[in-house]
Ligand binder design. Structure first.
Ligand code: F6P
Length: 331
């Protein structure tokens, strides 16, 4: 088979591990792998080159993507789906293996509906692609964010400060909840559940009245608030929380915005393993001609699921995990 391979949307650690697995297993089975540069853009613009095992040596532990990536969706631009089809015909691609988050995989589904054979692989540090329990990149980002929370505890305690840390997650709070629980944060603000900042300030005061000298509050960048419009264009959710809590408690407060640090650098062993398993499964799924699918991590299994079920919007943090967070933090 001639397998086209692309990475779309925001980068994350573990993409190269998935690319390496697709190339090795594909090449071993007699496939030719064609890499497209910068996601769907490279397909439309014809930016492609053959990928070999030799060329993908030593990339397992790398961050980012050797293919480059872009936030561009051909189904949102008139005529671009036809351009993708023409490019695929031109390069005699039998199947496109698409590594992406919900946006990129949503486009993959639209292209599949128009007759283009695709198999998806889920990745995003947000971990919110429906149909899979885990996405490539999430474990590494959660580990980085947890370490940041650990570090903020010690500096916060030394200065008796209120430490607010903003983590990524525009529409879901997977990173905030996971790093918050794993790092022992005192409060977590997330998109799944509006935070009443006045009430949170009182709860933090009570904590300090009972003997704590500092608190760490984890805020998802997409956190929502009761009775507060949220951040304006110049603000972030973390800044809203830091300003309001400082105002209401009078405590000395510091804000840390982790930003793209969470997306960079070497993937954890868990992400390398997941990316490798998904890459291998994607090649087998392509060989089986099971198109319009995404290989998903479900409990201990990797399975191909329909892409139609993926293009339904982001997967929120489930109630059982929110419950754990509620029991260990103040609100
Ligand atoms: O999609 C992953 C993500 O890291 C989100 O958590 C974040 O909101 C967004 O990408 C940032 O996008 P960009 O790198 O384009 O600024």
């Amino acid at each position: 088979m001639r397998i086209g391979l692309l990475t779309g949307g925001g980068d994350c650690p573990g993409l190269d591990a998935a690319i390496r697995a697709v190339v090795r297993v594909g090449e071993d089975s007699g496939d030719e792998i064609i890499g497209f540069r910068h996601g769907w853009r490279g397909v439309v613009d014809g930016e492609a080159w053959p990928l070999t095992t030799q060329e993908t040596k030593g990339i397992l532990q790398q961050g980012g993507t050797i293919l480059g990536t872009a936030r561009y969706h051909p189904d949102e631009h008139e005529g671009d789906v036809d351009k993708v089809r023409a490019a695929i015909d031109r390069s005699r691609i039998d199947v496109l293996v698409v590594i992406g988050g919900d946006g990129t995989l949503g486009s993959a589904h639209q292209l599949a509906l128009s007759g283009i054979p695709v198999v998806g692989i889920p990745k995003t540090i947000d971990n919110d692609v429906p149909g899979t329990n885990r996405c490539i990149g999430f474990d590494t980002a959660a580990t980085i964010a947890t370490e940041a929370v650990d570090r903020l505890h010690t500096t916060g305690e030394s200065h008796d400060r209120l430490m607010v840390v903003e983590v990524m997650g525009r529409t879901t709070g997977w990173l905030a909840v996971s790093a918050g629980i794993a790092g022992g944060a005192d409060a977590i603000c997330m998109p799944e559940e509006p935070t009443d900042l006045g009430r949170l300030a009182k709860a933090i005061r009570r904590r300090h009245d009972r003997g704590s000298s500092s608190s760490v509050v984890v805020v998802a960048e997409g956190a929502v608030f009761d009775g507060h419009p949220g951040p304006g264009p110049q603000h972030s959710a973390g800044a809203v929380v830091a300003d309001e809590l400082k105002e209401c408690t009078g405590y000395e407060t510091r804000l840390t915005v982790l930003g793209h640090v969470q997306r960079g650098g070497t993937p954890t062993a868990t992400d390398r393993l997941l990316a490798t398993r998904l890459g291998v499964a994607a090649v087998h799924t392509a060989h089986a001609h099971t198109f319009d699918t995404m290989v998903a991590s479900l409990d201990e299994r990797i399975e191909a699921v329909s892409l139609a079920g993926v293009a339904v919007g982001p997967r929120p943090v489930p109630t059982n995990l929110l419950d754990v967070a509620r029991q260990l933090t103040v609100r």
